[in-house]
Design a protein around this ligand. Structure first.
Ligand code: AMO
Length: 453
């Protein structure tokens, strides 16, 4: 047999004829062109098994010394994992298996040679430190484990877009370079904006609220920026937020929406990612019941009754929740207004304001957090849509009306009652796939120590 090897870094007129999943009975004995990178190799002296990976998986290339020229055999033998190659060859049934196929190469084109052995293996669940992996992230992302994680991430995004579009939401995009903070406690990244100071957006909050005036139901899937000074396994400096906002509803309606949305996402993963789930060893969360709802005040009482040190008005640390909740979705509702940002509506019925002293420290808000175990996945609320109330609340929180003039002025034109939530994409992926570190739920994590790659 005459065979050729072309060793050049040029693709030329070579194009893939089949992806790995298309190498099946229907192309048996045909000559196909497959392209990819070498994910593993087994060298048996005169026979070489090369696994060629494309975006769907591996194809086995069977390289026999006696059936190929010396050059082609030796050059395939010398290639390291991660090198990119193209193979033209005949599809044959694998020996000992009638349902598996492999390719006997006739022509080989070496597209890109890997000079180094990667410090971690493609197949293994790597025990190597996350920093070593992140330093070579593009190679790390080739590993089976992360391939499965990111395939499921893709399903989550597609299903959320599908669900919201089917429910009459419009996908929007809002500015990421902004003039004012929206999320109180979360720190801002300042930037130069021509001759002024500006900030990277902590959330699309005020813009998504304004857009309910024009579109009623909006959503945005985009990065949010938080200058998080702490090193934790659940905080990123740049995270993806799924922001949803809807006119003519309140926070109870939005909890129903969020419950249904997560249910739809889990169902989609169940339908589309059985192979990935199996390979990751993951059972999806039990979704047989609606998510339970507990008020903040009730939860504080429960914690106090079980002798935890916490006062009404405190934030609730994940550590305390760990002892109370297992791997389940639940809402904590009606948070003290003092713990929530200025745009969150207070609860009328539960106003415990002491009218003599003006003490409003026990005012509750129409708000919720969606939790999974001790991990916060989402916050949402009914928003203030009345200008006077909003200005009052801003004053209480020490915010300048002047700085928010661009926002307050639309309230002169009748902002509809509205509610919404922000759902952290990486946190959701972490919860569903039981990932230990949020950094593995994103492509190129940013944190206090990391600005590259
Ligand atoms: P909040 O600040 O609670 O609310 O953020 C909403 C959700 O975004 C995710 N998140 C993060 N994920 C990773 N790293 C971070 N540093 C980080 N910060 C936040 C979490 C969190 O629950 N505007 C409101 C939402 C709204 O009311 O619509 C907001 O930003 O999953």
């Amino acid at each position: 047999m005459e065979d050729k090897i072309i060793a050049e870094n040029e693709l030329g007129d070579w194009r893939r004829s089949h992806y790995s999943f298309q190498i099946s009975n229907s192309v048996i004995n045909q000559v196909v062109t497959v392209i990819g990178w070498i994910s593993s190799r087994r060298d048996h002296g005169n026979v070489l098994f090369v696994q060629l990976r494309d975006r769907f998986g591996d194809t086995q290339i069977l390289v026999k010394k006696k059936e190929l020229s010396e050059t082609i055999f030796e050059s395939l033998k010398s290639l390291k994992e991660h090198s990119s190659i193209a193979i033209r060859g005949r599809v044959v049934e694998q020996k000992n298996s009638s349902n598996e196929f492999e390719i006997m190469p006739e022509e080989v084109k070496i597209l890109s040679v890997s000079n180094k052995s990667a410090p971690f293996l493609t197949q293994a669940i790597s025990s190597i430190g996350i920093d070593t992996r992140l330093d070579l992230r593009a190679i790390d992302l080739r590993r089976n484990h992360l391939q499965n994680v990111f395939k499921i991430r893709n399903t989550i995004l597609n299903s959320i877009r599908g669900y919201l579009s089917d429910n009459y939401f419009v996908e929007v995009n809002t500015p990421k370079m902004i003039a004012t903070a929206t999320e109180g406690g979360a720190a801002l990244f300042p930037i130069f904006y021509y001759d002024r100071e500006a900030f990277l957006a902590q959330s699309p909050q005020l813009y998504k609220e304004q857009l309910t005036m024009a579109f009623e139901n909006v959503f945005e899937i985009a990065p949010i920026f938080r200058a998080e000074p702490s090193r934790t396994n659940r905080h990123l400096s740049e995270a993806m937020s799924i922001d949803v906002e809807k006119a003519y509803v309140d926070y109870n309606d939005m909890m129903d929406y969020l419950d249904n949305l997560i249910r739809f996402v889990i169902q989609s993963i169940n339908e589309k990612n059985q192979m990935e789930l199996k390979s990751l060893g993951i059972d999806l969360p039990d979704m047989s019941r609606p998510f339970s709802r507990i008020t903040y005040s009730q939860l504080i009482e429960n914690l106090q009754n079980s002798h935890k040190y916490i006062r009404w008005g405190d934030d609730i640390s994940p550590k305390l929740l760990k002892d109370v909740f297992g791997d389940e979705f639940y809402f904590i509702t009606d948070w003290p207004a003092s713990t929530k940002p200025f745009y969150v509506k207070s609860k009328k019925m539960d106003l415990l304001t002491d009218s003599n002293t003006g003490d409003d420290s026990h005012v509750l808000s129409e708000s919720f957090d969606l939790m999974y175990g001790s991990l916060e996945l989402s916050s949402g609320s009914t928003r203030i849509n009345n200008k006077v109330n909003l200005m009052d609340n801003m004053k209480k929180k020490g915010l300048s009306h002047k700085a928010f003039d661009y926002h307050l002025r639309v309230f002169d034109y009748g902002v509809p009652p509205h509610a919404g939530f922000g759902l952290g994409l990486e946190r959701l992926l972490m919860a569903i796939l039981k990932l230990d570190n949020i950094r593995d739920a994103t492509f190129y994590p940013r944190d206090i120590d990391r600005l590259t790659p």
